[in-house]
Structure formats: C-alpha cells, structure tokens
Design a protein around this ligand. Sequence first.
Ligand code: GDP
Ligand code: GDP
Length: 436
Amino acid sequence: MRKSIVAIVGRPNVGKSTIFNRLVGERISIVEDTPGVTRDRIYAQAEWLTTTFNLIDTGGIELGDEPLLVQMREQAAVAIQEADVIIFMVNGREGITAADEEVAKILFKSNKPVVLGVNKVDNPEMREEIYEFYTLGFGEPYPISGTHGLGLGDLLDKVVSHFPLEEEQEHDEDTIYFSLIGRPNVGKSSLVNALLQQERVIVSNIAGTTRDAIDTPFTKDDQDFVIIDTAGMRKRGKIYESTEKYSILRALKAIERSDVVLTLIDAETGIIEQDKKIAGYAHQAGKAVVIVVNKWDTVDSDEKAMKEFEEKIRAHFQFLDYAPIVFLSATTKKRTHTLIPQVLKASENHSKRVETNVLNDVIMDAIATNPTTTLKGKKLKILYATQVSVKPPSFAVFVNDPELLHFSYQRFLENRIREAFGFEGTPIKIFARRRN
Ligand code: GDP
Ligand code: GDP
C-alpha cells in the first residue's frame, strides 16, 4: 500500500524543521550511521500510533536567491502537488503576518486538507491567545510546541484522519516494480525507451493509474514488471523542478514504491559526488539495487576499461558492495539485454527466505572459524539466528548481550551469510536480540 504523504509548509523560522526532526528524529540518526551516506532532512518516514507516513519539510527546498514570497509560493506548490495532507505552520508568538496570509490563499484554493499548527505555544496560558488564527480559514488551530514536544498528538490525530482510505491500487506481489534514478542527463528516459523497445517486451496499454506517477507495466518472458517514473523523466519546467532537492524528492518517492532500484552512472562524465548521494537513498531504503553504467558507447569499451571502471565504482560506492554492475548503452542498445536478468535476480534475492537450520549451521561454522569477541571482560555468546523478514532479508541474532555484537563482527556474519546464500543485489539486515 502506498504511504500517505504529509508536507509541512510555513514561512522561515516558524519551527518546521524542529517539528520535522521531532517526528522523524530517530530514523534520521539511524540513517546517518551508514558510512558514505548523507541525508537531506527534507523527506523521511514518520509514525503516529499504528500509521506510518512520509513527511516532507518544504522549507528544505531552497531556490537560490529567489525572494521570500516566490520561495514560499513554490514550496506551497510542492506541498499541494505531492502531499495528501498539508500541515500549515504559523508562529503563535508573532501572530498572522502578510506572508502567512499569502500562503493561506494558495493552500485554500488547492482543495487539499490543511491542518493548521500554531507553533511555539510553549505553555498552557498561551493556548488562550491562538484564536486569531481561526481567521486563516482552516478551522481549528492546533497549538503545538516543537521544542517541548507539546500538542503533537492532537495535531497528528487530525492529520491522520484526512488520510485517503486504502482504495489505491494494490502492489501486486508477483510483479517486479523498479525505478531508474540518477542525476539529470545520465540517460534515464533513454534507457526506459530502450528497455521497452527490446525484443519480446510486451508493453501493456493500460495507462498509468496512480495519481502522482506514470507507471509503465510490461511483460517479458512471462514476468510482469512495472517501471515507476522518476525525477527528470517528465520535464515540466517549473523553477522548483530544476532544483536538486526537488529531483531528490521525486526520486525518493519512486524508490519507496520500488522493489529494485537501478542507479545510473554516466560513463562519459564519470562518477561525481551527486551520484553517490542519489545511490545512497536506494541503499537506505533497503531496496534491491543494480548499478547501471550508461553511455558505454562513449568510451573504449574493452574488458580492461570495464574492469577499471568497476574498481572505481567499488571504491566510491562501498555501501553498495552487493549491487551488480551492468555496462550498457541506451542509445546504441548495446548490452541492454543484460539488464533485465539482473533486475530479476536482484528482486528474487530481495525476497529470498533461508531455512533456520541451514542458517544456524552457517552461523555456527562462522563462529568456529572466527570466535566471538570480548568486550570489558564479557564474551559475546550467539545462541541462534533466524530470518525475520524479507524485502530486504532481515535476520535476528539472539545473543547474551546485544551491546557486545560489534559492527565488525556483524559485518563478518553478514559476509558469511552472503557467501552461503548468495544475496547479490540486495542489502541484508542483521539485528542483535537479547536472549538469556
Ligand atoms: P523553520 O525555518 O520553519 O524550519 O524553523 P526552525 O525549526 O529552524 O526553527 C526556528 C527557530 O525557532 C529555532 O531557533 C527553534 O529553536 C525555534 N523554535 C522551534 N520550535 C519552537 C517552539 O516550539 N518554541 C520556541 N520557543 N521556539 C521554537
Ligand atoms: P535523463 O535526464 O536522465 O532522463 O537523460 P536522457 O535520457 O534525457 O538523456 C540525456 C542525454 O544523454 C540525451 O542527449 C541522450 O541522447 C544522451 N544519452 C542517453 N543515453 C546515452 C547513451 O547510452 N550513449 C550516449 N552517447 N548518449 C546517451
């Protein structure tokens, strides 16, 4: 099921990023622990009670030197276009400003559900002073305090009550959903076209059904696939769409719905920092990943060049050491036939389950060859392991004390599991759980 999207809109300094961090804080810090990966704090998952949703801080979308009003209009436009529900934030200590009224006007015309959060209401006495905000026209104002974490429950109850019911199309378990990500001009649209023109690809005529993406279903060798549209594939030419953060936002939404993410690199220009950042998002989301080196026609494409390029990729994308690399050319279509088999394999591994007894044999063998470590006089004891979920494959390792399972030993276990079961193309997760 598609997760609902909530966007926070409001002028600078009302406390948008404070609230954003409060709602997603823990997840963000987990994500930042991944080596080589940076994270923009504009899009993240948040939870309220039993509901998980995606949250956008539109304040993080900056538009260079544009004047404040232009920025706010564009941010409101992003919220209206992307979100199911909008949190309009104002500052309870400053009252209504002209900029608030301007944003209110845009949001009002959108017909999207808007929940009004009045921030910086740090103590109960101040709650009496927020009634002027009724005049903005969005019903009851919700007093909140980002710094003290007050009032967020009531605000979120209201937000969640506006979420669309689950009538959206289901994610078909037998279909492989994939997306292509990469910076502008790496050849995403060219590659989509090349894939769809391949032999024995049958493109379904059913037009895209989702509201916010153009999905292309096709069948090859009796396997159903859906290509999810990503940033840059449709060019609409507004200012914000050319900003890097906006294209990342679109890519993140596509990644979210994918089983497999193809991360594209341009062989002609080589690897740049932005490529790493974009690829990092796919890894963080726990999706299967295939690295595609496009425009392979522009370099001397012998074995040696391929080997050298591969080494460069491995050095730059250490966090994607599990991802296969495919070299191809979208324009000459050379080697494009090698891609779909890799997508298929990565997808199979992403949802692979291993048997508990075989898994435990592997773990016990691993411990025998490389005994567990001791920390502060306490020795790590591994009792048993079991696979708890798929997409990505995740393993719980039951131990005497989770703190004793070092990152390096975890990494060692991961490598052994990979050697034994072959999880090429997919990240795997290992959690330590206490069991006495
Ligand atoms: P943004 O520009 O809308 O993202 O605003 P920030 O989250 O960066 O917050 C702007 C300033 O307001 C910061 O100095 C925050 O510490 C402060 N702030 C945020 N929330 C509250 C709050 O609930 N009460 C008070 N007193 N200050 C807050
Ligand atoms: P997107 O912005 O990632 O969707 O990139 P496009 O598909 O629009 O391609 C950007 C440019 O790169 C276009 O001029 C393409 O013709 C060119 N291009 C795409 N794939 C290849 C390729 O395999 N080889 C060469 N030489 N050029 C390519």
